[in-house]
Ligand binder design. Structure first.
Ligand code: SER
Length: 320
């Protein structure tokens, strides 16, 4: 049985991944952790929880030994927009945190490490209509730089030490449980909350900005499917492109208008426009489909209906 430690379990993906893995592997076998923010009630009440900073290797090792951890999922990261405000902190947490995770996993001979990457690995030189699996990786954000370096370091541990390290390049992730923090793709979540709360949204990127996106149920499925794939059949390890949807902000607003006809949107692009412009519209995920059977379920309108239903219910209950 796996004992899984999720580092960064109060974030947008980590919080829901904790619940999904507890459902699959049992509550006591999934240890959630974070640096400082308190967990949601759902995460706190359903299984073990630890506070520590991933840049402190000893603290990470102590928690792994205490719980007999044999798999670490490192969701702790400073994302693209916040990373540009403090690039050195982004490097410190994203890279030194990763090295600590890989070193502790290697020393303790763990079964598996999952290290997420991102569409932020792409940048000038990448074909932007549909980013191939193998392409130029010259990102312009510190977040992207740490993700490219992270993919290379993770693959290095596979080759040099035989450690089972896996990772996928998440597109923008849209969800309704925990808000994203500090990313460029955050507008695709905020638009739904503001549509429900105010009937209007002011977007920080232009209406023709098109990016690869994915709804949280597909994100959880992609993560679990990759974790459960047979290691010996994988040709790639830490850098799988995974696609689901590709839409512009206008497409997203039009989808919301189908269900809230009075919804309005205006555009006030800021520094995040340049980041979005450096990322591709879509990704070619053939390798993920061939090597571990990746296949998404949600399209834009299905996601919009679900998002508006869930966020609408929270709003009625006064929770948002
Ligand atoms: N959602 C992330 C960001 O916008 C991309 O991985 O920074």
């Amino acid at each position: 049985m796996k004992k899984i430690l999720i580092v960064g379990a109060v974030g947008q993906i980590g919080s829901e991944l904790t619940m999904e893995l507890r459902r699959i592997y049992g509550n006591d076998n999934v240890i959630a952790s974070t640096r400082k923010s308190p967990p949601s009630e759902m995460v706190a009440n359903s299984g073990p929880f630890e506070y520590f900073d991933v840049v402190n290797k000893q603290a990470l090792e102590d928690v792994c030994k205490k719980h007999g951890v044999d798999c670490i999922i490192n969701m702790a990261a400073i994302l693209s927009a916040v990373g540009e405000q403090n690039p050195l902190q982004a490097w410190d947490i994203n890279m030194n945190g990763l090295f600590n995770v890989l070193e502790v996993a290697r020393e303790m001979k763990m079964e598996q490490v999952l290290v997420p990457s991102s569409i932020a690995v792409f940048g000038p030189g990448t074909p932007l209509d549909c980013a191939p699996q193998e392409t130029v990786l010259k990102p312009s954000t510190m977040y992207g730089i740490t993700k490219v370096a992270g993919e290379l370091v993770a693959d290095y541990y596979v080759k040099k030490y035989g450690l089972d390290v896996r990772g996928l390049r998440y597109p923008g992730i849209i969800s309704n449980e925990t808000l994203p923090g500090g990313g460029t793709t955050d507008y695709a979540v905020a638009i739904y909350y503001d549509a429900i709360k105010y009937g209007k949204y002011t977007c920080f990127v232009k209406e023709d900005t098109r990016l690869p996106m994915m709804y949280m149920p597909d994100c959880l499925k992609a993560t679990v499917d990759l974790m459960q794939a047979d290691f010996s059949t994988l040709k790639h390890h830490s850098d799988f492109n995974v696609g689901a949807m590709s839409f512009s902000v206008k497409d997203l607003a039009d989808s919301i208008k189908k269900y809230i006809p009075t919804f309005t949107i205006e555009y006030k692009p800021d520094f995040r426009q340049a980041i979005a412009d450096s990322w591709p519209d879509a990704v070619d995920d053939k390798a993920a489909r061939e090597e571990w059977g990746w296949s998404p379920s949600f399209d834009l309108d299905m996601m919009t209906q679900d998002m508006l239903k869930v966020i609408g219910e929270k709003h009625k209950k006064g929770l948002i």
